[in-house]
Design a protein around this ligand. Structure first.
Ligand SMILES: *Cc1c(COP(=O)(O)O)cnc(C)c1O
Length: 380
């Protein structure tokens, strides 16, 4: 099956043996009857498994070209489950430019449990090898990175991970499986905030993991069931519905994204535009190789270069809604320094180039003329 067909049919054979409904029923139940103790239809208790969630988990596996999927209560709950594979004394090498909540979970929760995190720039993959030692158990990659839109070479990092017997996890939230397939590039675990492009309509919070290895999915499912951060059947239904139009939405996000990136680049009040589709982007060649297009996420700074100036621009936008999050059908704008990345200290932010004047856009799928007009008036 090719990708567009997978978004609609992947893992969805016979989702309703009772009535043949095309969409899986929302099994709003906590438990399942047994005829005699231990004799059940495959489900016992909805923390452990639920048929609606299972239908979504099969779809997730299919679109990421993986064997197994797991759905969680949020993206961070999915990250949390991965780190729980580790124990005290283990070390993680992570991209330095990463989602603020992931950074917070690593440093404020898991460092206290004796897990050590090294945050490094991974644009040059060789640098990762310098940080590997006998305690290293996981490499954490986010690409494109948030909010600087750096690109990391997944295949190159995967070689280092495999040579050292270290797990490689890739946060594929920004790219989506439509643009980038980390498992095919050698990753062991793909993670998603399904809240973003997979759900696609800004109406649900959810996370996902996809893997190929049977032993690894068993360990992750054990953690999911033991820790309990599962998503409900209603939310599972919504994300499954979202995935069915993922390919169409991301195509339009890419078209609009390209037009907005070019518009910003030529605007006299805009200083730098961070978008991997530009030939001048430092890792454009890697982006071209590992992604099928460049997406609708971008960041920019204004020539005025001040915190207040950036705040004024985002406040003036009308169609671009000032809000956290990304990946929905509607265009959103954010000011990372005061919003999504406020949990990263200013010194750490500036090391990765995240200035106080940076504005991040999640370009939606509205008419491009309206989006350009909105940015024109906001920048004026
Ligand atoms: C939003 C986001 C997360 C966290 O996901 P939640 O669903 O908000 O818990 C992780 N990584 C990236 C890149 C994100 O954008």
């Amino acid at each position: 099956m090719k990708f567009n067909t997978k978004t609609i049919h992947g893992g969805q054979d016979n989702v309703d043996p009772a009535y043949g409904s095309v969409m899986p029923p929302i099994y709003q139940t906590s438990t399942y009857s047994q005829t005699t103790p231990g004799d059940h239809s495959g489900f016992q208790y909805s923390r452990t498994g639920n048929p609606t969630r299972a239908a979504l988990e099969r779809s997730l596996a299919s679109i990421e070209s993986g064997n197994f999927g797991l759905a969680f209560a949020s993206g961070l709950a999915a990250v949390d489950a991965i780190i729980k594979l580790l124990k005290q004394g283990d070390e993680v090498i992570s991209t330095s430019d990463l989602y603020g909540g992931t950074y917070r979970l690593f440093t404020k929760i898991f460092e206290d449990f004796g897990i050590k995190f090294h945050f490094i720039g991974m644009e040059n993959a060789d640098k990762v090898a310098e940080f590997v030692n006998s305690n290293t158990k996981l490499i954490w990659v986010e690409t494109p990175t948030n909010p600087m839109l750096n690109i990391i070479d997944i295949a190159a990092i995967s070689k280092i991970a495999k040579a050292n017997d270290v797990l490689l996890a890739v946060d594929n939230t920004f790219a989506t499986p439509y643009l980038q397939q980390p498992l095919s590039l050698g990753a062991d675990i793909v993670m998603h905030s399904a809240t973003k492009y997979l759900g696609g309509h800004s109406d649900v919070v959810m996370g996902a993991l996809i893997v190929n290895d049977k032993d690894l999915i068993e360990r992750l499912h054990y953690i999911q069931n033991a820790s309990g951060a599962i998503c409900g059947p209603q939310d599972s239904f919504l994300v499954l519905r979202g995935i069915k139009t993922l390919h169409l939405r991301v195509q339009r996000h890419c078209e609009n994204g390209k037009a907005i990136a070019k518009f910003l680049q030529n605007h006299p009040k805009v200083d730098k535009v961070y978008w991997p589709g530009f030939e001048s982007h430092p890792n454009h060649e890697v982006a071209k190789r590992q992604m099928s297009d460049f997406g609708g996420m971008m960041s920019f700074t204004t020539v005025e270069d001040s915190y207040e100036g950036a705040v004024k621009v985002v406040e003036k936008m009308k169609i671009f809604t000032l809000a956290e999050s990304l990946g929905g059908v509607e265009s959103l704008a954010g000011h990372p320094a005061s919003m999504t990345h406020a949990s990263i200290p200013k010194e750490e932010r500036e090391k990765t180039g995240l200035k106080d004047s940076l504005i991040r856009l999640s370009v939606g799928i509205e008419d491009i003329e309206d989006l350009v007009a909105d940015l024109t008036q906001a920048l004026s």
